[in-house]
Write a protein that binds this ligand. Structure first.
Ligand SMILES: [Zn+2]
Length: 222
């Protein structure tokens, strides 16, 4: 059976992971050594993609974009865009294009990354997944992977229950999909439990960094 593995690194950006940045998840930097291990050259990936949440300053998903009143955390609103209505949870301002918060964590080893995939650049639409935005428009990732005959997708990054979750669920529609547990970090333990069940239901394998599948990425002849 063909084995052409790709690694997708989801949103390892300062605003999500680095202490001192507003939206960072406390403790999430512990995934960095594991992700860098996967990038150290000993793993023979056919392709490596890093997704990057990248928003205009007035993005629809920001609480600050919806008037001068203070909007409580966790607020969900109806958004009308491109003939569709969808539900959008509002977040603190994050990953604004041109800010340090939008940059990848400085310790992430980008040397071997083949492609940076920006997402969420449309003011009116969020994109958690690397594949499709929240109204189902294509970010182009499937074509990029298909052009390289990718068969297996391995996912790491943050947040495990949001952008990693949506990217992995979409990957599973097209590829054998693995989420590397040591390389993800959930926004909360509770959301993480729900997400792990969703992965299981979808047929996504959650594996450890020392899993035989990853050894087979190392040992394959490319
Ligand atoms: Zn975002």
């Amino acid at each position: 059976m063909a084995f052409h593995p790709a690694l997708i690194i989801v949103d390892v950006q300062n605003d999500f992971i680095t202490p001192g940045f507003t939206g960072h998840i406390p403790g999430a930097t512990k995934i960095l050594p594991f992700i860098n291990q996967l990038l150290d050259g000993s793993y023979k990936w056919d392709y490596i993609v890093a997704t990057k949440d990248l928003h205009p300053a007035d993005h629809v998903s920001f609480r600050a974009s919806h008037g001068p009143t203070v909007i409580p955390k966790g607020t969900v609103i109806d958004v009308h865009a491109y003939g569709k209505t969808y539900r959008q949870q509002l977040w603190s301002t994050h990953c604004v294009n041109g800010t340090v918060g939008a940059e990848f964590h400085p310790d992430l080893n980008m040397d071997k990354v083949d492609y940076i995939l920006p997402k969420g650049m449309d003011t009116l639409v969020e994109s958690y997944s690397g594949f499709y935005d929240v109204i189902g428009r294509d970010n182009g990732l499937k074509k990029i992977l298909d052009d390289r005959n990718i068969t297996h997708v391995f996912v790491v990054g943050v947040a495990g229950d949001i952008c990693v979750r949506d990217t992995a669920l979409h990957a599973r529609e097209h590829y054998s999909t693995y989420v590397i547990n040591d390389g993800i970090f959930m926004s909360t333990a509770e959301a993480g439990q729900i997400t792990l069940r969703e992965f299981d239901d979808a047929g996504i394998s959650v594996i450890k960094i020392n899993d035989p599948m990853l050894e087979s990425v190392k040992n394959r002849t490319k």
